[in-house]
Structures are given as structure tokens and as C-alpha cells.
Design a protein around this ligand. Structure first.
Ligand code: C5P
Length: 426
């Protein structure tokens, strides 16, 4: 796994007594692989499901279980202070109940009360318990207090039952934990920067009720906007998607390529960073009908014309000091096609994704991309959440901005210092 900004951070990994405890072993191992320092804290009940030795062998330190240690009279406070994140996998109904009600009945529940670090809980339990109002109200209380919740999935439960309450996929838990650690490490490194992001597929009308569009969900563009806002940027999101945008982002809702072009040209003029994640339709009707086309009139002949290439126009208008990022969804010859678009559209970065691969691109919550830089850098981001991909793109942009103050000039293509995880394209 790529060692990202989470490397060197400390996670207190709490494990409570549910059958899903065995999956915490995998979470532990994956976090250690990512360079995270993992401190395992098991409840007594957890040790009925998984062996202490397993965690002690895989984690960065031996298991801790008890408040009553000869070596340290206040282990919960120390753990809370050392943690960059407290991650509880699985979180049982009992643990959630204690935490929501401020009850400290052991080392782990005392640690989550004693820490100022973010806390992420991953509930897992039988459907009846998961749906019980007491559990849901406890979770609502925790959410209100900014506790991060990785919701359980549907699936096979202990005893062969099937339903909601199965622990979220360990891959998703690790991705969510790394995203939090990444934002702890990155801090407000985009403070004072103006970022404009486009998202979603455009809709080109055929008549008042029909349109030409594509499969884009807007998730990746929204994730870029969210990541930039988390890192302190002032963000304008020009989107066709109806999905909610995180608080603090200025959302401009558009539908067609023409509307998107107008909004992007207006807002990007003063931007430091422009990310064109939208899937703009390449063609539109030359003359959309004003009234609904009727079947009775026969099969219509649709005459198409190209839409404006917004990104190419942004590349032509780009002012000195602005970093311009495009996306290339490809099904074949990904790198060479993306590299030629990078040059043709005068970009700093082209984010290429192979949309024919599994779990990648349109409508998925995950993505795997290659970030090509105009300076020859080529950075592979293996399958991870779209939010992590967004952060990785912004990490590259930050390197390109080269520590210049917002609004200041930047070194142009070819003069960048490169980035930590990059390798030269051969
Ligand atoms: O050339 P291609 O359409 O593959 O390039 C993809 C990139 O160009 C994306 O960043 C997309 O947002 C942008 N684009 C655009 N206007 C178009 C078509 C694509 O801005 N009409």
C-alpha cells in the first residue's frame, strides 16, 4: 500500500466483543501496512472472540485491556492523548450505549471519553439490535457530537441470519480511517486558496422532457470539493448532480454544457485551482425541440453538434499562477490518451481512470487513478475512496503550487520539484 500522509500517525484500535472482532485483525494489519502506529485496546469480551496474541503480533504495541496497570496509573488518559484517531471495530450496542451516555466501564470506554482526537465507530450487531430505537438514538447522539460512524452493511450475520448490521467492509473502514488521518496531517494547507470544481454529467436537451447524458454521478467532483473545503479552501462547486454538498461550499447548479461553461469561465477567472471533474457531453442537439416530440410524428432525425470544450477554453485563458486539472475517463490506451489530452488542453494535471475496471469510475464510491503531471510525473493511486483520491489530487496540486502564497506566481510545467510519491514516466 502507498504510504500516504497517514504514515506515522497513531491509531488506538478499540475492539469490542462481537463476532466481527476477527475482521478488526485485518483492519489492524492494513493500517500497519500503511505506516500507521496501531495501539490495540481490547475489551474483556473481545478476547472471547479473538486472541490477544494475534493483535500483539500484528499491531505496533502489545494489547492493552485494563485500567489497572502497575506501569501506568492513568492508561486511558495517555492513550487518549497519544491518539490521532480512536477507531472502534466492531462497536457493539453496549459500547455505543456507554459512550453515548458518558459511562466509563473499562479502558476503551474511558479512552473515548478522555480523548480529544477524532473517534470513529464501526457498529456491528444483529439486525434487531441495530434497528432498536435505543441503539439508533445513541448513534444519533454520538453523530451530533461529531463522532464518525462507518455504517454497517447488509449481509450474512452470525448464526446464518441475513440483514442490516454486518460490519462494514474492512477496506472501507481502513479507507475512512486513512482519510481522517490524512486530513489531520494535511491541516489547512489550502487556506486562502480559491478552488473551482465541476462535477456530474451534463444534460443536453432533445425536447422539454428528454435529454442526452452519461453515467457520471458527480461523486468524484463532489469529493474534490469536500476535500478542498476540509483543507481550508474557498470552494465553488459547479455541478449537475443533485447530491448534497458539504456545508461551506458555494454550489452553482447547472444542467447543460453551455451553462457549465458560463459558470466555469466566470468563477475560474479568480481561482488558484480549477478541477474539471465533470463529464461534459461531447455532443448536443443543434436545434432542440420546443415542444415534446411525438411518437405519432415518426422517428425523429437528431442532428448533433459538438459542445464547447470547457477545459480547453480554461487552458487557453489560464492566468499565471493557476493550476488546472482535468479528468480523462478511458476504456483503453489510458495513459497515452490522457497524456495527449494533458498537452492538448494545456493542463498541469490529467487524472486518468480506466472506467472499464471493477469498482472504478462512474457511480462507484471508490476509484483508482493515475495522476499525470505536465512535468512528466506519473503517480498511481490504487483503489481507494473517492475522497482519498480527491486528497491525492490536491496533494499533487499543492506540490505544484510550490509553497507560493495564494494569488502568487508558480513555477510552470517542467520546473516543479516533483512529489514524494511520484516517479518519472519512462
Ligand atoms: O477530451 P475529453 O472529453 O476526454 O477530456 C476530458 C476532460 O475534458 C474532463 O476534464 C472534462 O471535464 C473536460 N471536458 C470539457 N468540455 C467538454 C468535454 C470534456 O471541459 N466538452
Amino acid at each position: 500500500m502507498t504510504r500516504g500522509p497517514a504514515a506515522g500517525k497513531t491509531v488506538v484500535l478499540g475492539v469490542t466483543g462481537g463476532i466481527a472482532a476477527y475482521k478488526a485483525v485485518e483492519v489492524c494489519r492494513r493500517l500497519v501496512d500503511a505506516g500507521v502506529h496501531v495501539v490495540p485496546v481490547l475489551t474483556e469480551d473481545a478476547t472471547r472472540f479473538v486472541g490477544e496474541v494475534t493483535f500483539s503480533a500484528l499491531a505496533s504495541e502489545p494489547v492493552q485491556k485494563s485500567m489497572w496497570s502497575e506501569a501506568d496509573p492513568i492508561p486511558h488518559t495517555r492513550l487518549g492523548q497519544r491518539a490521532d484517531l480512536v477507531l472502534v471495530v466492531p462497536a457493539t450496542a453496549r459500547f455505543l450505549g456507554c459512550y453515548a451516555n458518558g459511562i466509563s466501564d473499562g479502558l476503551l470506554s474511558a479512552t473515548v471519553l478522555a480523548t480529544r482526537a477524532p473517534v470513529m465507530v464501526c457498529p456491528a450487531m444483529h439486525t434487531e439490535m441495530w434497528e432498536h430505537p435505543a441503539v439508533q438514538e445513541n448513534l444519533a447522539t454520538l453523530r451530533r457530537r461529531q463522532v464518525l460512524v462507518v455504517d454497517p452493511a447488509q449481509g450474512r450475520l452470525a448464526g446464518g441470519d441475513v440483514g442490516a448490521g454486518r460490519l462494514a467492509d474492512p477496506d472501507d473502514i481502513v479507507a475512512a480511517a486513512l482519510a481522517v488521518l490524512g486530513s489531520v496531517a494535511r491541516g489547512q494547507d489550502l487556506a486562502g486558496r480559491r478552488v473551482v470544481v465541476s462535477a456530474g454529467g451534463t444534460r443536453e436537451p432533445i425536447d422539454p422532457v428528454r435529454f442526452i447524458s452519461n453515467r457520471s454521478s458527480g461523486k468524484q467532483g463532489h469529493a474534490v470539493a469536500e476535500a478542498a473545503a476540509t483543507r481550508g479552501a474557498e470552494v465553488v462547486l459547479v455541478t449537475t448532480a443533485t447530491r448534497p454538498a458539504p456545508a461551506g461550499i458555494d454550489v452553482v447548479k447547472v444542467e447543460t454544457a453551455a451553462e457549465m461553461e458560463a459558470a466555469m469561465l466566470e468563477h475560474s477567472a479568480a481561482a488558484d485551482i480549477v478541477v474539471m471533474a465533470a463529464a461534459v457531453a461531447d455532443f448536443r442537439l443543434k436545434a432542440p425541440a420546443d415542444t415534446k416530440l411525438s411518437k405519432a410524428d415518426g422517428v425523429p432525425e437528431l442532428v448533433l453538434e459538438p459542445t464547447p470544450d470547457i477545459l480547453a477554453e480554461l487552458g487557453r485563458r489560464r492566468r499565471d499562477g493557476q493550476v488546472l486539472v482535468g479528468f480523462a475517463a478511458e476504456t483503453h490506451d489510458m495513459t497515452s490518451r490522457a497524456a495527449s489530452k494533458l498537452r492538448g488542453k494545456n493542463l498541469d494535471f490529467m487524472v486518468a481512470n480506466d472506467v472499464s475496471a471493477q469498482h472504478v469510475g462512474f457511480d462507484h464510491d471508490t476509484n483508482a487513478v493515475t495522476i499525470l503531471g505536465s512535468d512528466g510525473t506519473c503517480r498511481e493511486i490504487p483503489l481507494t475512496s473517492k475522497l482519498e483520491v480527491a486528497h491525492a489530487i490536491l496533494d499533487s496540486v499543492i506540490v505544484r503550487l510550490g509553497g507560493q502564497r495564494p494569488g502568487g506566481g508558480i513555477r510552470r510545467a517542467g520546473a516543479s520539484g516533483g512529489d514524494d510519491n511520484s516517479r518519472r514516466d519512462s
